[in-house]
Design a protein around this ligand. Structure first.
Ligand SMILES: NC(=O)c1ccc[n+]([C@@H]2O[C@H](COP(=O)([O-])OP(=O)(O)OC[C@H]3O[C@@H](n4cnc5c(N)ncnc54)[C@H](OP(=O)(O)O)[C@@H]3O)[C@@H](O)[C@H]2O)c1
Length: 292
């Protein structure tokens, strides 16, 4: 039986990954900062990257579904024997690199540094590392974009967007990401490579939000505001604490296309993400495990 060590196993991608590993009959050791219940084939350890408990001396694969920079620092100094590593990063490594917002540029830099450190450490120990970069993630009611939009829209009975929020997006379901991790781990050609993992449909930001709102009962109205009016509404929402983290750079990006090529992942490990057909339970906050 193959043995996997999984970081970030309690997260929105980690949960469906655990389910997939169990179906594929892997034995799993998983790490969490909080107590978690063991079950047959799954043993939880308590700790974090800065305070690592005793780990198995050897595993067949390591999956990282937690913060990439912290994983990279731990992996660079770990002496655990393992020939295969699959770690999640983010397409934000590209999309936020030239942001006007210093915090966003820092996010991009830490993601890029994390990727480079994982590849370096893997090379030194003759292991094969693959970095998977999701686009905009949804599906488990735990994402910071679409679930947040659904929560605010339910509260307000409407949802405002600036006019011309037509930048293209490719929302990707957490179960498709977990499947990608499972499919690429056994793929020779994926060793030493990074892949963008976009969703199976490319659509304008406005349309993406409209589909989320249409899942809710009663369906909140999408209100498109002229830019100055939207900026004022955003300012008020920031003052009341309901739009924290949504800065000018993020609003400007609603008009920019963030589009990634699915072809390399499709060619190398058969990545075939679903189209964006959201349902209400995908945006129930903390819905827990995403069903496939
Ligand atoms: N395109 C994007 O922008 C995008 C979107 C989503 C995810 N991602 C990437 O995909 C990966 C998974 O994201 P996710 O959304 O599934 O994560 P998530 O739901 O936010 O969960 C984060 C996970 O990381 C673990 N974790 C956090 N800090 C940790 C630490 N210091 N030490 C050990 N474990 C720690 C948490 O474990 P415990 O709480 O159990 O300790 C949790 O399981 C991340 O690398 C993320 O950057 C990218």
């Amino acid at each position: 039986m193959r043995h996997a060590l999984v970081f970030g196993a309690s997260g929105q991608i980690g949960r469906p990954l655990l389910a997939g590993l169990s179906r594929a009959e892997w034995r799993v050791t998983a790490l969490s900062r909080d107590p978690q219940p063991d079950r047959p084939g799954l043993a939880w350890l308590r700790g974090d990257f800065g305070r690592m408990p005793a780990l198995p001396a050897q595993v067949d694969a390591i999956f990282s579904c937690g913060p990439l920079d912290a994983f990279a620092r731990w992996y660079a100094t770990s002496d655990l024997a393992c020939g295969r590593v699959v770690a999640f990063g983010s397409t934000s490594a590209d999309t936020k690199l030239g942001s006007a917002d210093a915090h966003e540029r820092d996010v991009a830099r830490r993601l890029r540094d994390g990727e480079a450190a994982v590849f370096d450490a893997a090379r030194q120990r003759h292991a094969g590392a693959t970095i998977l970069r999701p686009t905009l993630v949804y599906g488990a009611g735990r994402d910071a974009t679409l679930t947040r939009i659904a929560v605010l829209a339910r509260r307000w009975g409407r949802f405002p967007l600036p006019r011309n929020a037509g930048g293209l997006r490719q929302p990707v379901h957490v179960v498709d990401l977990a499947q990608a991790a499972l499919d690429c781990v056994a793929t020779e050609v994926a060793r030493g490579r990074a892949y963008a993992l976009p969703g199976g449909e490319t659509l304008p930001y406005r349309e993406m939000v409209a589909r989320v709102l249409a899942t809710l009962q009663p369906a909140p109205r999408l209100v498109e505001l002229p830019s100055p009016l939207f900026t004022t509404a955003l300012f008020v929402a920031q003052l009341t604490g309901s739009a924290t983290g949504l800065g000018e750079a993020a609003v400007r990006r609603m008009r920019s296309d963030l589009v990634f090529d699915v072809a390399p992942a499709a060619r190398d490990f058969g990545y075939a993400p679903r189209a964006f057909r959201p349902t209400a339970e995908m945006f129930e906050p903390r819905a827990g495990d995403a069903a496939d």
